[in-house]
Design a protein around this ligand. Sequence first.
Ligand code: AMP
Length: 126
Amino acid sequence: MAHDYDDQNIFAKILRGEIPNDTVLETEHCLAFNDISPQAPVHVLVIPKGAYVSYDHFAAEASDAEIADFTRAIGEVCRIKDLSGADAAGGFRVISNAGPHGSQEVPHLHMHVLGGRPLGRLLDRE
Ligand code: AMP
């Protein structure tokens, strides 16, 4: 799969400071910010600062430091937003869409961290 990165995508513009964002967390290699159109009471997007299109692109080409930072940033967002998966009243879902079949709108890797209400099943059965 080709991973041509379009540096005019909206998250690239956020990373360059060209458009604002509602930051939840910034780390050495990642930024987490509230989704502009939340699908749940908690809806945070976690993105790497590097130019990666999708999860498979990131997993293939990111450094171990970037991958560790991204993984820990997602966990830190869960902690900041009080979304304990071990709590019977809590929990969350992490989703990354890729490509047309994944309905990816923004071609810069992002993890959706969703929570704050029961989220239903992962996919609608068709
Ligand atoms: P996806 O379909 O997985 O590519 O999701 C893209 C997400 O980016 C959607 O949930 C949008 O609401 C969100 N989004 C688009 N523009 C912005 C923005 N400027 N700030 C925050 N979230 C955004």
